[in-house]
Design a protein around this ligand. Sequence first.
Ligand SMILES: Nc1nc2c(c(=O)[nH]1)N[C@H]1C(S)=C(S)[C@@H](COP(=O)(O)OP(=O)(O)OC[C@H]3O[C@@H](n4cnc5c(=O)[nH]c(N)nc54)[C@H](O)[C@@H]3O)O[C@H]1N2
Ligand SMILES: Nc1nc2c(c(=O)[nH]1)N[C@H]1C(S)=C(S)[C@@H](COP(=O)(O)OP(=O)(O)OC[C@H]3O[C@@H](n4cnc5c(=O)[nH]c(N)nc54)[C@H](O)[C@@H]3O)O[C@H]1N2
Ligand code: SF4
Ligand SMILES: [Mo]
Length: 684
Amino acid sequence: MESFAHIKDGLFPAVCSLDCPDQCGLLIHKQDGKIVKIDGDPAHPVTKGSICNKVRNMGARLYDEKRLKTPLKRVGRKGEGTFVPISWQEAIESICSNWKKLIAKQGPESILPYSFYGNMGKIHSEGMDRRFFYRLGASQLERTICSDAGSEGYRYTMGGSFGTDPEEMTETKLFIFWGINAASTNMHQVMIAQKARKRGAKLIVIDVHKNQTGRMADWFIPIIPGTDAALALGIMHILYNENLVDRAFLKKHTVGYEELEHHVKQYEPDVVSGITGIPVEDIYKLARLYGGTSPSMIRIGNGLQHHDNGGMIVRTISCLPALTGQWLLNGGGAIKSNSAYLNYNTRALQRPDLQRKPTRSINMIQLGQALMEKDNPIYSLFVYGSNPAVVAPNSSKVREGLMREDLFVVVHDLFLTETAAYADIVLPATSSFENRDIYTSYWHHYLHLQEPVIPPYGESKSNADVFRLLAEAMGFGEEAFKDSDEDMIRQAISNVSNPYFPDVTLEELQDKRFVKARDPQSRLQRLNTPSGKIELYSHKMALDGHPPLPTHIPLKEEHSDYPFLFVPGPNHNFLNSTFSHNEKHVRLEKAPQLFIHEEDALRLGIENGDWVRIWNDRGECELPASVGDQVLPGVLVTQGLWADAPGAKRLVNSLTPDREADMGGGAVFFSGKVNAEKLVVVSK
Ligand SMILES: Nc1nc2c(c(=O)[nH]1)N[C@H]1C(S)=C(S)[C@@H](COP(=O)(O)OP(=O)(O)OC[C@H]3O[C@@H](n4cnc5c(=O)[nH]c(N)nc54)[C@H](O)[C@@H]3O)O[C@H]1N2
Ligand SMILES: Nc1nc2c(c(=O)[nH]1)N[C@H]1C(S)=C(S)[C@@H](COP(=O)(O)OP(=O)(O)OC[C@H]3O[C@@H](n4cnc5c(=O)[nH]c(N)nc54)[C@H](O)[C@@H]3O)O[C@H]1N2
Ligand code: SF4
Ligand SMILES: [Mo]
């Protein structure tokens, strides 16, 4: 197989490995064996040569002095961050001798893997690791932190993560960005909309924060957090009442359109206005614009499903395009995630058959609870591709768990993250540019190949290599652990049952670099819902304990003494907590801010720039205020998962709840409540 790792100079193709919908094609410039510049690949059909600043500055991260070069062993207290270098041999022996003892005494379920998508490559994020932990018999991890509530909600309506192809959106006349900060989190979606606007298309943004994306809209609609289902139901009420629905489409392609018509009568615009905070006339204006413009496309974000009712919100919004028959139009419809077009052969890659008996599974958003559990405790945690001490909700509890003296923690990462500071053993990871892997976007429809562009940094190893070493040291003799990355790619892309997956060999992929999923023209003919149609009424939902029709369900009432809903989302220059340790990205992002409405600020005596203490039963933060009309009264917004710093209290997840959303075991980062006061003496 090809590898560019040892070629000293030149221009090499690559793909962005970050957990970002755009999955850009990249061109890597090398001089004297080092990456000197990263550009977009103009040949990529969707991202067309433009990339974000984060990855333009990726070189600073790859060659950051702080990058881990060798395995480390902790010598200081847990959390303190004092380590000494050790050899790989010592590291692997220490992990395996510990695990062998645990397995003999406590059973393999006392070991828990914890990972997410710091690198989206299939082989390295959900390949050899899955094989290893299946074979080990470890507890399984439910990877729900990102989008599971909304994905399940969307699935009830549409049968799976299938939405509009961004390449069709040149035809779109009306874009609704609903709970997505696309200017930061899906920049090519914005570029497509901006191009369409030049030809007269309109852009509406519905959000709880008038951020970068809201400010560029033709119409920004502020909404009270967690009330979006009510708004969608109010739109449906008007669409039915004013005969703006496509009855022929509804009859042919949906089930439950009559029940829905009856059901939405209760969502009178004045009722919906009272729930959402949106004026009645705006609800009419929005419904009429939506009902009167085709093709229209709703880009459903991740933000609005990080709520107690997030599954139902996405379920409800995803019914809208059917009402006006958008799914038959080029550039019409909706997209939450398009990941299912590129579902590959997961059984062949992940080998669930290696598991000898079923094990318990633990929801990753409840890591703190799981680590503090006295019954059948977890005695070892292996973290890779994730930084749970910062990204997981209720982080005080997570850190309390990580402090346990009897918990053996291993962290595999490129940096000594906040989580790694609690580890007994730290392993250095390669970056994605040092590996071979395949990538599938969850927004556009392309499958990509990445060949190694640079050699491994220091003594770092890829995820797959670490699990191969561990398998060998544990004495796992199965052939599955001898497969190379190349073998695994071949297995993942052959015998794929998904009809949209492209018919492609590794050689063809090598030649072309990116290959598109098959055209989903007949999408409506093979919907994967129980009825095979779009389910406006879902019998399956009733069986699963949900209202079968789209419904507004209020957020859980936390303490009534905490008056503010707290929405701590991602920021522009980091990717979750990635880049929060890199000087260049921190400089670009400057500092965190707490957006507060001027009425609330006035009442609390807070002026722009004042430090504010926010707190609840879980924890507290101190952030500088940005006073204005960017958020509604009663809402506080901040952006970014900032790195720990001495004296700084900005770990936003110390305030977020770790309860599950209504569907998919999803996270509810944005449904927490806090109190706020002006801070007179800043502890920083
Ligand atoms: N620059 C950058 N890009 C990223 C990331 C990053 O950290 N930084 N993270 C990546 C990942 S993993 C993901 S999942 C995506 C997430 O990216 P998005 O899908 O954009 O999701 P969020 O930014 O979490 O939230 C989107 C918006 O939802 C709003 N919101 C919150 N609650 C509500 C509500 O109840 N109703 C409405 N209408 N809006 C609400 C927030 O104010 C925010 O503007 O981005 C990816 N891309
Ligand atoms: N308050 C709040 N919390 C949130 C969110 C929010 O909006 N608000 N968003 C949530 C969402 S949507 C998500 S997806 C999660 C994301 O949470 P995480 O998945 O934990 O994402 P990152 O913080 O980017 O951490 C990824 C880590 O993987 C490491 N890494 C990168 N490549 C590799 C590799 O090849 N091998 C190994 N071993 N390590 C690698 C990186 O260095 C980094 O430390 O955060 C969630 N947390
Ligand atoms: S982070 Fe997103 S926008 Fe930036 S290069 Fe990667 S895929 Fe493209
Ligand atoms: Mo995410």
